[in-house]
Ligand binder design. Structure first.
Ligand SMILES: Nc1ncnc2c1ncn2[C@@H]1O[C@H](COP(=O)(O)OP(=O)(O)O)[C@@H](O)[C@H]1O
Ligand SMILES: O=P(O)(O)OC[C@H]1O[C@](O)(COP(=O)(O)O)[C@@H](O)[C@@H]1O
Ligand SMILES: [Mg+2]
Length: 444
């Protein structure tokens, strides 16, 4: 079927794996199980449509009941696991992101206080903690996690680097873990899928449920990832400071490098939040340095008209300006060339050659941004994602992540969210807003 450029999705892509029949009554209070239909909620046997516009739905060309749709999140009346006997593990993997501790706390509190689960282990240092060499896991209780949401980072530690799914499943089997929560990004979720597949192959009824973590906001099929709002808020402060520095000196140039390996969302949102930048460079849009419509000429023009300039660059931008490389980190993620340093050097050389007096300040606040505690909005979101993840796991859902789509909590199959990447659309309204806010040339 020609869907006119829409991602082709069938209901098969959206089927949620379940461990089997549910036979245990949920101990949740009746009030919590009384779910009604409202603007933000749907009943358990309803579905959440993938498409958010009429024209997209029409382009699918299928009867409405066959439109692609997600299973809704939320508590179920009957459970696959008997809470009193359920043993749970939690692991955080990959790069830091604001809100990791809020999710850990949310999982533990929901499991203990609402389901009556009494055994929760925190595996240490990412997937390494699931190997025979891993540090001893930590027993987590509502008391032990009571204050962790006020701290950035993850109390469990994290890591990159590959581990054998067979070894990890063996660790889980020996510890008699029934449910594993993985708080991680695309790499961690591929690992989670490998664990779920290995458990299924061995006939182990293990529920593997992810809470999608990405400071870059690059996981698809979720409205926004947790920690992202905190991150771009903090990044906006850095832009503001750089702006203050720049406009305090003659021909001051502030150059701020922000995270964003393949997706420039932090750069775009921080720019819009601060409204201070004159030029934003992201991985999704190629940027010529030279020429009338190039980066260097634009900076010169801004200095001529304004007396100072602020440039924001996402770390994944302009990689084509370097020699091709296959270098990768321990998890297999591409190691990036330092576009911030390249820009700093090229802008310095260009302005020096023009004979003008100038002062360029280069800041790279990346690690200072991703290690902060979650703001109020993200704290709420983390708690609610954690609650949705617990509801899904206790009902026997596996190989899924808990996400929010069109404002509703849903269950997303892991293969779906790892099959593609969320990126800034160079023809979309976000990038258009950035162009409007900065007045920069439209790079082709
Ligand atoms: N394709 C994969 N299959 C299994 N495990 C993976 C895969 N990619 C990454 N991992 C593991 O997931 C963990 C986190 O991955 P990483 O890419 O560093 O972070 P993130 O989850 O934030 O993307 C690492 O231990 C890594 O080895
Ligand atoms: O220096 P590290 O720890 O490898 O992390 C840097 C990378 O982490 C990121 O924040 C993304 O990390 P994840 O894939 O773990 O979410 C990138 O923007 C950045 O390139
Ligand atoms: Mg990743």
């Amino acid at each position: 079927m020609d869907t006119g450029g829409l991602p082709t999705l069938t209901q098969d892509d959206l089927v949620v794996r379940t461990l089997g029949e549910r036979s245990f009554p949920s101990p949740l209070d009746g009030g919590l199980l009384e779910r009604g239909e409202s603007l933000h909620y749907v009943t358990e046997d309803d579905r959440v449509l993938v498409d958010s516009s009429l024209s997209r739905a029409v382009r699918r060309g299928v009867p409405v009941e066959q439109l692609p749709s997600f299973e809704p999140g939320g508590p179920r009346r009957t459970l696959f696991f008997d809470p009193a006997r359920t043993r749970v593990g939690i692991v955080t993997c990959g790069g830091l992101c604001p809100g990791l501790n809020n999710v850990i706390r949310g999982l533990v509190v929901e499991l203990y206080e609402h389901y009556g689960v009494r055994y929760v282990l925190g595996f240490r240092n990412g997937y390494h903690g699931l190997t025979a060499d891993g540090e001893e896991p930590e027993v987590l209780t509502p008391t032990s996690v009571q204050w962790i949401n006020s701290q950035g980072g993850t109390v469990l530690g994290t890591s990159r680097g590959s581990q054998d799914p067979a070894v990890m499943v063996e660790t889980l089997r020996l510890r008699r873990i029934d449910v594993l929560f993985v708080i991680g990004g695309d790499g961690s979720l591929r690992g989670a899928q490998a664990i779920a597949d290995e458990a299924e192959a061995r006939g182990l009824p293990l529920a593997v449920v992810g809470v999608p973590k990405t400071i870059d906001n690059d996981i698809p099929w979720i409205d926004r990832s947790f920690g992202f709002q905190t991150a771009f808020g903090r990044a906006a402060e850095s832009i503001r400071s750089a702006h203050t520095e720049a406009r305090s000196t003659r021909n001051g140039v502030g150059l701020i490098k922000l995270m964003g390996r393949h997706s420039g969302f932090i750069a775009c949102y921080a720019t819009l939040a601060s409204d201070d930048a004159d030029l934003v460079l992201i991985p999704e849009v190629a940027m010529p340095l030279e020429g009338e419509r190039g980066v260097l000429a634009h900076i010169e023009r801004v200095l001529d008209t304004q007396g100072h300039a602020v440039v924001v660059v996402a770390e994944g931008a302009g990689q084509d300006l370097f020699a091709a490389s296959t270098a990768a980190d321990a998890s297999g993620n591409a190691k990036l060339h330092d576009i911030g340093a390249l820009l700093r050097d090229r802008v310095t050389a260009h302005l020096a050659a023009s004979g003008r007096e100038f002062s360029l300040r280069y800041v790279d606040p990346g690690y200072a941004i991703r290690s902060v505690p979650a703001n109020a909005h993200d704290s709420v979101y983390c708690t609610r994602l954690a609650q949705a993840a617990v509801h899904a796991a206790m009902a026997g859902r596996t190989s899924i992540v808990a996400g929010r789509w069109h404002g509703r909590f849903v269950h997303l199959p892991i293969p779906l969210v790892t099959a593609s990447r969320n990126q800034v659309d160079s023809k979309g309204d976000l990038w258009l807003s950035v162009l409007e806010a900065t007045g920069q040339p439209v790079f082709v």
